[in-house]
Design a protein around this ligand. Structure first.
Ligand code: PHE
Length: 355
């Protein structure tokens, strides 16, 4: 056989030998695939030798080509056989290593966040006495968040809430009170609703977070008085805390209620005594009372903004912080715990059976 052809054929045989030796040592599909590409791929070792075919004298090409094709198909068969062998051994291996006597593993299971639990609980307390649940956008217009609530532009009342502006006329809502306007604009009295949701303020420390949850409650009808407000809030507080929790109103100011009040409840930690085990109660600073929400009778200006005649209708509104209620309910002193997502904290509120 002529010299050139012989040289190439020797290379082919070497290549086949080398390929088989490597293939024998492989233990994974991935390695087999890499080897296949390395030898049989478009730019692989076999293609490299085949590229030399045109250099051979014409009469030698057919014999060489035939041998090369035979080798190529042997390599392909070997790859396939190896793949099958690996598949089989994996199946056998898994089967033999499966220990039926091991106990089962309980999968991780999520649970409802404590803030959501308290929020749901508060909503169901109000649903029971006929309040609807309404929701609205977290990016709010200046009109709903401020103007319609009797907080005019450039008025010092705006300073009450450190606001995060999106544009000049769009804000991240600073409270859930815009839902009073949205709901009343769409309905005629009687209206009774609560509006839970996230609110945002430029504020962050031990007891303030830039995002927190509020629940707004409001009722508008004929002949509504502050006595109904007091009765409703007492029912709410006693449902959430305990039936002997007391309620006290302190005069306050909100632009959208008149008169306005802040509501304190008897401290749920020391039961209003100001002392825990003869030590000063830290939750209420010994006063026996803790602040829980703001409220009041809906201001006639607000009724005008939603086209209710203030001579005919009256109503009350209140707004409470959900995290604050949760902190009082569970005796938590750092608000940030709610947002750190530390499972050691969160798991304590897991109502599912212990694993
Ligand atoms: N919107 C008030 C706040 O966020 C709370 C409030 C609501 C007060 C309704 C009175 C009536 O501070």
């Amino acid at each position: 056989m002529p010299e050139q052809s012989r040289e190439l054929l020797d290379k082919l045989k070497e290549l086949e030998q080398e390929f088989n030796d490597s293939l024998n040592n492989l233990t994974s599909d991935k390695e087999v695939e890499e080897l296949r590409v390395q030898y049989l791929g478009r730019k692989g070792k076999l293609a490299e030798i085949m590229d030399k075919l045109p250099n051979l004298p014409a009469e030698e090409r057919p014999t060489f080509g035939k041998t090369a094709n035979e080798i190529k198909s042997r390599l392909k068969d070997a790859v396939e056989a190896k793949q099958k062998e690996l598949e089989k051994s994996v199946a056998e291996q898994d089967f033999s290593q499966f220990d039926y006597t091991l106990p089962g593993r309980r999968p991780w299971q999520g649970s409802v966040h404590p803030v959501s639990q308290v929020l749901d609980e508060i909503c169901s307390v109000f649903e029971k006495i006929g309040f609807d649940i309404v929701t609205g956008p977290e990016i709010e217009t200046d009109f709903y968040n401020f103007e319609a609530l009797n907080i005019p532009q450039n008025h010092p009342a705006r300073d009450m809430q450190d606001t995060l502006y999106v544009t000049e006329s769009l804000v991240l809502r600073t409270h859930t009170s815009p839902l009073q306007i949205r709901t009343m604009l769409g309905q005629t009295p009687p209206v009774a609703a609560i509006a839970p949701g996230k609110v945002y303020r430029r504020d962050a420390d031990l007891t303030h977070s830039p995002m927190f949850h509020q629940i707004e409650g409001f009722l508008a009808d004929t002949g509504v008085t502050m006595a109904e407000l007091r009765g409703t809030l007492t029912y709410f507080v006693q449902s959430i805390f305990s039936s002997n929790t007391r309620v006290r109103f302190r005069p306050s100011f909100f632009p959208f209620t008149e008169p306005s009040a802040e509501v304190d409840i008897s401290c749920v930690i020391c039961n209003g005594s100001g002392k825990v085990n003869n030590e000063p109660c830290r939750v209420c600073s010994q006063t026996g009372w803790v602040e829980i929400l703001g409220c009041g009778m809906i201001d006639p200006q607000v009724f005008k903004a939603v086209n209710y005649d203030p001579e005919i209708y009256s109503g009350f509104a209140f707004g409470l912080g959900v995290e604050r209620v949760a902190m009082l309910k569970y005796g938590i002193d750092d608000l940030r715990l709610f947002f750190d997502n530390d499972l050691r904290f969160l798991n304590q509120f897991n109502r599912l059976p212990a694993s």
